[in-house]
Design a protein around this ligand. Structure first.
Ligand code: 4AD
Ligand code: MG
Length: 480
């Protein structure tokens, strides 16, 4: 069988020398015409393969270039070099795929993240991106483990939809109508979507929440985990046009249950990655430490990556209301000395990321859950509080990231919900299916959405969200 091989991670972990083994992978370096550093992606550690002098043809040795793919059979022997217990003494080396050393874009040296983003199809083969995407995998697996252990049903919500879940109007249109001006028009000149593929105007989903709520009214506990799309023109280190979101929705939960679930969930998945990806996290922690050294002392973070993750797992998140947060911000030195770009003058304004980061990084120095926001800055489906002016919303803010979770208790009372929709000019006829849940067996329920890439960013310590998704989509960029 061609594929009878041992993965390098397993080989490095095994202690039994003297046995024969076959490995396959990509050459990272080849030095002294003798030592191949081989990597197959199962771990960041390379296997040292020894091609003893005089035992291999020059024609083969010449083809052992950085990036080449090879198959090696040999004997596992104790390693004399430091850094690894075992190495492989090659008896046969087969070239599976040549790599022209002159043209291969990844030279064995440090490349900038910006450069690597331009060759995103190749960056998986670097230590940094190897570590990031193995951690991303573990986190995704942990998401399913967490909810499965708690009896949640994984719900696949549609990617093409006619609804605008957030009422935010930042959607990508889906259409098969011609773009050359010949699309059918209504009398007023607007496009007539009756002739479009779905017979109506459709878009890519911005959130699976509304559909998730329908299923929660049957299964009690559901979650979604899928791609979402936002056409907001945000060129920041925390926004993507295509990102993955996890959205649990739970019948009979109130806002406090919702916060408890979100906090337990975040701690669980971080803990899981810390157990499964110890070496990769240590590598990234080291990387970050070196990056931090380039910064002026005042801007360096107080904690290393692993300390920060441990701290989050082992400490309660700070919980406070929006009103309390506004008080803190208003009285802060940053506000008084006009260090905020947007000064906090009073109650009712939306918080900017500079405010969120102040609360998390300067004031509390830990994750913060803000609750009970003014209704006017939040979505129509959030439950109106007794005071008539705030809603049972919650946002979780993480150090270095800002908002990582947005959620709420939902408005389960039909009259209150339709009144709110009317206020916000959301046409009730289009959301009749959603309102049916409130007509037939409505109940208190709550849910939230966690941005998966922001979570991966937090865990890996990467500064730019474009480096934690394999092929990032953002304004003016949809390469690969
Ligand atoms: O706060 P948002 O917009 O909430 C919702 O979509 C709700 N329907 C969720 C729910 O209650 N079920 O988005 C949720 C999270 C944010 O907190 C953020 O982490 C992430 O999604 N997010 C983005 N991540 C990357 N790029 C973007 N453009 C993002 N927009 C939101
Ligand atoms: Mg939000």
């Amino acid at each position: 069988m061609f594929n009878k091989r041992i993965k390098i991670k397993a080989l490095l972990a095994a202690e039994n020398t003297g046995v024969d083994a076959t490995v396959m992978g990509w050459v990272r370096t080849f030095r002294n015409n003798q030592f191949i550093a081989l990597n197959d992606g199962s771990t960041n550690h390379n296997l040292q393969v020894v091609a003893s002098l005089g035992e291999f043809d020059d024609t083969i040795l010449k083809r052992l270039t950085t990036g080449a793919c090879i198959k090696v059979t040999g004997q596992v022997i104790a390693s004399l070099g430091k850094g690894q217990k075992v190495e492989l003494k090659a008896s046969t080396i087969e070239i599976l795929g040549d790599s022209d050393a002159e043209k291969f874009p990844l030279q064995p040296k440090k490349h900038s993240l910006e450069f690597l983003r331009e060759i995103a199809h190749m960056r998986f083969r670097t230590n940094t991106f190897g570590a990031i995407f193995r951690i991303r995998h573990s986190l995704a697996f942990a998401v399913h483990q967490f909810f499965n252990d708690r009896g949640f049903v994984y719900l696949h919500t549609p990617i093409i939809t006619a609804s605008d879940a957030e009422g935010a109007g930042e959607m990508f249109r889906v259409t098969t109508l011609p773009m050359d001006g010949s699309a059918p028009k209504n009398e007023d000149g607007s496009i007539n979507y009756k002739d479009d593929f779905f017979g109506r105007s459709t878009n890519l989903t911005v959130s699976g929440q509304l559909e998730g709520e329908l299923a929660a009214m049957a299964f009690s506990d559901i979650y979604t985990f899928g791609p979402t799309f936002r056409a907001e023109n945000s060129n920041t280190t925390r926004h993507l046009a295509e990102f993955w979101m996890i959205e649990p929705e739970v019948a009979f939960n109130d806002l406090e249950d919702n916060m408890d679930l979100a906090e337990a969930f975040i701690k669980y998945v971080i803990q899981y990655a810390m157990e499964q990806n110890k070496e990769d996290l240590e590598f990234l922690a080291q990387r970050l430490e070196e990056e931090e050294k380039q910064k002026p002392l005042t801007e360096r973070s107080e904690m290393g990556l692993l300390d920060k993750l441990n701290f989050v797992v082992n400490n309660d998140f700070e919980r406070l209301t929006y009103t309390e947060a506004i008080e803190i911000l208003k009285e802060s030195n940053y506000n008084k000395k006009k260090k905020f770009q947007y000064l906090i003058e009073g109650w009712g304004v939306d918080l900017q990321s500079e405010h969120e980061r102040y609360l998390v990084e300067k004031h509390f120095k830990k994750p913060v859950i803000l609750t009970n926001y003014p209704k006017d800055i939040k979505s129509f489906y959030m439950r109106l509080n007794e005071d008539g002016k705030t809603v049972a919303a919650m946002d979780i803010l993480a150090p270095g990231i800002g908002e990582i979770v947005g959620g709420s208790q939902r408005e389960e009372r039909l009259d209150k919900l339709t009144a709110r929709m009317a206020e916000m000019h959301i046409p009730a006829e289009e959301l009749n299916w959603y309102l049916d849940t409130r007509r037939f067996g409505s109940c208190p329920h709550a849910g939230f959405g966690l941005g998966f890439e922001r979570l991966v960013q937090f865990v890996t310590g990467m500064g730019n969200i474009r480096d934690v998704i394999p092929f990032p989509r953002f304004p003016k960029s949809a390469e690969f």
